[in-house]
Write a protein that binds this ligand. Structure first.
Ligand code: GLN
Length: 528
């Protein structure tokens, strides 16, 4: 799956939708993303640069498209589902240093392209997938994409009819001319052809319906069968796209092109039910998400999607207000949270905006507003309680105050040695034991859970006795290293802070139990 004309056409969603359709026909599918940037992984990138960093079970920091893959397919991805130019070069250069190339000149072709091909096929050595959808990031014609385009060109020679190319392009509408224009698509296909790739299927992103005449024109000029010119019209929700792609028969065209007999019936009952509920909410609730990367909703993608999954379960629409924590002050809390029925304090890094997050927790605790603190959000709840209930005014996290005498959130011993920033946090899935008769144990209805982490700092166990001496309780901990993973407040409608990131595991089919419980508490609290 390549993209042309512009970025942001939704390759990730089209890949995930195609994957969903094939999976609904009972095929095994996985999706991978090849990212042409030089960073080894997006873990070191600012969310403004890249959007959210999505963390897999095995602790890889990956592109946010992998989140879409998991949410659509309801299956885990892994570090192998995301490849970057940085990781490819790192591998090749390490091999060169070891002398693996036996004196040869190391070049983009064949060494880099071989490594790319290896990474594309690695997934099939793990599981016998019927389909692997490989999405190449960026836009054809980018200098960075060239080795990837060349690698898939070579792969097609090797795999022959087992491999097809789908190209996603834009068919823009020129309002002054009152017309949809096919020229950008033609040029984009021409660029692909220059690299030796003839697309088999064109998915054309458009804001208006493509007429038969226009499809014919694209088919003729781009040398693509008429049934392989697929319209992808703007949709109100990303969850509508699989249905639109089914109507356009994208899955059937793919099966036909790959000579797969398509007797498998499609089953999209659950998906359509979800979509119906999403589009026909019975009620409305208002939630605030407090964070500092609020200009870009991509920074909190998984949280926003997890809210959608859970609210759709209850057939309510969530009016989500993104609030910049830097703008929250003691004297504007009521104004900022006017009519807000539940508050999520978001994950984050560094000092900026942290005091606003702590004030938001305070507001929830004092006013009985359901509160959900995620990672840094949980750490803020710990600091707030320490300062305002236990009277330790100087309490802080050593992330922002290295000299605090009360580092209630602190680096663990094994993190203190670490100097490198890349891939060095506590990452991926860890076990957590739940304490009985708590909000979380009834939400999960389990004794042991596994959740994904991405942080360096932890609750400092030296303060454990003091911290849990009143109405704050520890409701989940790591049984191996005894770290506090979940805190919750008694005598409050719903006040939960989690050190992990539950949002990564929420899918359309399995909305996350904590988000379900949080939304449920808001509905109940409001009714009351
Ligand atoms: N900055 C905090 C830490 O590293 C929290 C990270 C996060 O919210 N993901 O522990």
């Amino acid at each position: 799956m390549t993209g042309g004309v512009t970025s942001s056409l939704g390759k990730g969603i089209i890949s995930a939708s195609l994957g969903k359709l094939l999976k609904s026909r009972n095929y095994s599918v996985t999706i991978q993303k090849l990212d042409p940037y030089i960073n080894v992984d997006p873990g070191t990138m600012n969310p403004y640069e890249h959007g959210e960093c999505y963390v897999t079970e095995d602790g890889a920091e990956t592109d946010l498209d992998l989140g879409h893959y998991e949410r659509f397919l309801n299956e885990h991805t892994s570090s192998e589902n995301n490849v970057t130019t940085g990781s490819i070069y790192q591998k090749v250069i390490n091999k060169e240093r070891r002398g693996d190339y036996l004196g040869k000149t190391v070049q983009i072709i064949p060494h880099i392209t071989d490594e790319i091909k290896k990474r594309i096929q690695l997934l099939s050595s793990k599981k016998n997938y019927d389909f692997i959808i490989t999405e190449i990031g960026g836009t054809v014609g980018d200098i960075e994409s060239l080795p990837y385009i060349e690698a898939v060109r070579q792969l097609k020679r090797e795999l022959k009819e087992k491999c097809i190319f789908i190209h996603l392009t834009l068919v823009p509408y020129l309002s002054a001319a009152g017309e949809l224009k096919t020229k950008p698509t033609q040029h984009s296909v021409k660029l692909l052809l220059e690299s030796g790739i003839q697309p088999d299927i064109l998915v054309c992103r458009t804001e208006k319906e493509l007429s038969e005449k226009l499809k014919n024109k694209i088919s003729l000029f781009c040398n693509v069968d008429i049934d392989s010119v697929i319209q992808s019209i703007d949709a109100e929700s990303i969850y509508k796209v699989p249905i639109l792609m089914k109507e356009e028969k994208l899955d059937l065209v793919v099966l036909k092109k790959l000579n797969v007999s398509h007797n498998n019936k499609i089953n999209l009952v659950e998906w359509t039910n979800f979509l119906y509920k999403l589009e026909n909410p019975k009620n409305n609730i208002k939630i605030a998400l407090v964070g500092k990367y609020v200009q870009l909703t991509d920074s909190y993608k998984s949280i926003i999607e997890a809210i959608t999954h859970a609210s759709t379960h209850f057939e309510v629409n969530v009016d989500l207000k993104l609030i910049n924590s830097e703008e929250i002050l003691e004297n504007n809390l009521c104004e900022k949270f006017n009519n807000v029925q539940g508050i999520i304090v978001a994950p984050g890094f560094g000092e900026r905006g942290i005091e606003g997050k702590i004030l938001s927790v305070h507001y929830c605790r004092k006013n009985n507003i359901p509160f959900f603190g995620i990672c840094l959000g949980m750490q803020c709840a710990v600091i707030e309680y320490m300062r305002n209930v236990l009277g330790k005014k100087g309490a802080s996290t050593s992330e922002i105050d290295k000299t605090t005498s009360i580092p209630v959130i602190d680096l663990m011993h094994n993190q203190k040695q670490i100097k490198e920033k890349g891939g060095s946090m506590r990452l991926g899935s860890y076990e957590c034991k739940l304490i009985e008769n708590t909000i979380v144990s009834s939400s999960y209805n389990k004794k042991i859970i596994n959740e994904r982490h991405r942080h360096r700092y932890e609750f400092n166990n030296n303060f454990r006795e003091l911290f849990f001496s009143k109405d704050m309780i520890m409701s989940g901990y790591n049984p191996k290293n005894n770290l506090v993973e979940i805190i919750e407040l008694k005598n409050h409608p719903w006040f939960v802070g989690v050190q992990f990131h539950p949002e990564y595991k929420s899918t359309v089919q399995n909305p996350h139990p904590l988000f379900i419980s949080f939304i449920n508490s808001i509905i109940k609290n409001y009714e009351k």
